[in-house]
Design a protein around this ligand. Structure first.
Ligand SMILES: *[C@@H]1O[C@H](CO)[C@@H](O)[C@H](O)[C@H]1NC(C)=O
Length: 234
């Protein structure tokens, strides 16, 4: 991110430091999937002060979230900044194949000011070996393949969502993405804690897995202008 021309203008708006509790004052968001169902009251979510949402679109190359479209349309109509996310299955197909599947099913990006770059949810394997049977270097290569494919189609590098614990274990705490990919850390605590190597700060923090609004509770590290800039890519 630091070296990316697209994001240079963002730096003054985004605090170059890990989150402190006071930074929970930044724009609030949520992330949702079919687990929350298709009847989220988006005008109520907006009225509660939520300004952005990540919506699950795809997993691997075989799963389409059945509620993606209704959630995306509802969030759009309520005036939220929104984007799609992809749950990675690095053991089932290449990063490029999964990026292309995501792009074909809601994960695209355009510079309309209301679309966040796609988010790669890469974390604990729900069905088997924590690191999907990949070595740390194999995992870094898989993520590069996904990230570079996404960038080649959209001009934007995907946001990387993970936990510091998983990233340390499964990528060897790689700093290879810190220059280009915005970081989204999940940690349900009063502070974000240590973040992975290389990144000077996290752009998003998922600080709770439930709360006053549907889904997980998120916050942007900056202000509303910074959030608009990351959507717009300028
Ligand atoms: C959604 O919530 C608003 C209040 O924020 C309420 O007025 C409206 O009736 C709700 N819509 C539905 C379909 O429940």
């Amino acid at each position: 991110m630091v070296k990316s021309l697209l994001f240079l203008s963002l730096l003054p708006a985004v605090l170059a430091a890990p989150f402190e509790p006071r930074q929970l004052d930044g724009p609030k968001g949520i992330d949702v999937s079919n687990f929350q169902g298709s009847d989220i009251n988006w005008s109520s979510v907006a009225a509660n002060g939520i300004s952005f949402v990540f919506i699950k679109a795809t997993e691997g190359t075989t799963f389409l979230d059945p509620d993606f479209s209704v959630n995306y349309e509802g969030a759009t109509n309520a005036g939220l900044i929104r984007g799609g996310y992809h749950f990675a299955h690095p053991d089932s197909s290449s990063g490029a194949d999964q990026a292309n599947y995501f792009l074909a099913h809601g994960g695209g990006w355009s510079a309309d000011g209301i679309t966040l770059p796609g988010m790669l949810d890469i974390e604990y394997n729900p069905d088997g070996a924590e690191c999907y049977g990949l070595s740390a270097s194999g995992m870094v290569s898989w993520i590069e393949d996904f990230s570079n494919t996404y960038e080649s189609h959209t001009g934007r590098y995907p946001i990387i969502y993970t936990t510091t614990d998983w990233w340390t274990t499964c990528t060897g705490n790689s700093a290879a993405f810190a220059d280009n990919n915005p970081l989204f850390i999940a940690r349900y605590a009063s502070t974000i804690g240590t973040i992975p190597a290389g990144w000077p700060f996290a752009t998003f923090w998922q600080y709770a897995d439930s709360g006053p609004n549907p889904g997980d509770q998120d916050v942007f590290n900056g202000d509303a202008t910074g959030l608009s800039k990351i959507a717009k890519g300028s």
